[in-house]
Design a binder for this molecule. Sequence first.
Ligand SMILES: [Zn+2]
Length: 121
Amino acid sequence: MERTTFERLVRRVLSAIPQEFRAYLENVDVIVEDWPTTAQLKTHSLTDEDVLLGLYEGVPLTERHDYVRVLPDRITIFQGSIEMICESEEQMVEEIRITVVHEVAHHFGIDDARLHELGVA
Ligand SMILES: [Zn+2]
């Protein structure tokens, strides 16, 4: 899939997020990369064998008390990982949706255990 097509799908998911939540995403960069770096995998105790679809890097809103922000939070969606686990474009659209929602939820302070319960893991 072309990178521009992939990015358009990501933007479509983001624009479907209700406005009251989207306001909190203004300071979050959402970017697309092919694969996670070894350093990014390490922060999640993962190795090159693991498949990481998306990554949230930053300080969740719920943990910001005396937090002075220097850099915006960042959400990275890994196109190569998503393409690897999907067999059709339809499946990719769904996987992008789940991944984007999952990482955005981390920004709101929702952890993996809870996301698993909610079926967004
Ligand atoms: Zn997660």
